[in-house]
Design a protein around this ligand. Sequence first.
Ligand code: GLN
Length: 231
Amino acid sequence: KPAANEGKATVLKVGTEPSFAPFEFQDEKSKDYVGFDMDLIRAIGKQMGAEVEIQSMGFDGLIPALEAGNIDVAVSGMTITEERAQKVNFSKPYYKSGLTVVVKTGNNTIKGFGDLEGKKIGAQIGTTGAEEAKKIKNAQVREFNTPPEAFMELKAGGVDAVINDKPVNDYFMKETGSKDAQQVGEPLTAEDYGIAMSKKNTELADKINKALDELKQNGEYDKIYEKWFGK
Ligand code: GLN
């Protein structure tokens, strides 16, 4: 008698916060989750022989969801940090990032991180950007559920600056923001994105890393990279 799950692929439950273009966002027409991370995890799933199921959740809910076993992996432009690594396992780094500052067009006083003392700063909740903002002297930090909400508040004048990941700021400037906003200064940090997993599932980390290595070797990673970031 065949087992109940025979012939069915294993399911890889993926959590993401999909307002982080070009890494994860919702396609307006198809409503599919698209982006660099989404292509990468689908390719990893294929490589592992697993069916990828993507769920949307708040960025600050991803690690709790992993700890509760509600998702298997979080793929969400998540920076590998020491603090997070105490709670979850990370894959090998898969993307190099860093934080930059975005201000309103015509703001001539904020030219980078050095000019943020005492300012109103917006950032996405639970992110490295929010953490850095809180280290700035006398800054009033406002945390938003998503980066687009922080950018809207910048446009409305409710915050003086937004701290967010450079590749996401680059994409925002290119796609929508260049009339209203400008990116200033040098990146503050050098961060590596990793795929986060529950500490209980050590086997999964090995499989994910193996698939990532294979995709780097067979050219698939480069194809996905070029699709979203160019050569
Ligand atoms: N890379 C940042 C972090 O890990 C932001 C991630 C995000 O907003 N999706 O905190």
